[in-house]
Write a protein that binds this ligand. Structure first.
Ligand SMILES: [Zn+2]
Length: 104
């Protein structure tokens, strides 16, 4: 039952949680699960995403995780949201599955 904690996801639970370290602090990373029956390029994209999420560096294109700055952290806190890290991958990175390879 949702007791006012916010929107509830309607999709089935299909993520798992990995414990890793970012800037010397232990963090929980919600990871996409790789389905055995997913198409190859999609599985590869998710594997790259999982590795990037836990190491901070994309194994395919070398993109690095960027942590939110102070203003972004304050804005997130003010909005009641968690600050989000981001990684900007190269256009030809395998994490980006598009076109005839299928959408991600
Ligand atoms: Zn990448």
């Amino acid at each position: 039952m949702n007791k006012g904690q916010g929107p509830v996801s309607r999709r089935p639970i299909s993520d798992d949680i990995t414990v890793t370290e970012i800037n010397g602090q232990r963090v929980l990373v919600i990871q996409p699960v790789i389905s055995d029956d997913a198409p190859g390029p999609f599985k590869n994209a998710l594997a790259i995403r999982r590795a990037t999420n836990t190491t901070g560096v994309c194994p395919d294109c070398g993109a690095r995780r960027v942590l939110p700055n102070r203003a972004e952290r304050r804005a997130a806190a003010k909005a009641g949201l968690l600050p989000m890290a981001r990684t900007v991958h190269e256009g030809d990175c395998g994490v980006l599955c598009d076109g005839d390879r299928g959408a991600l």
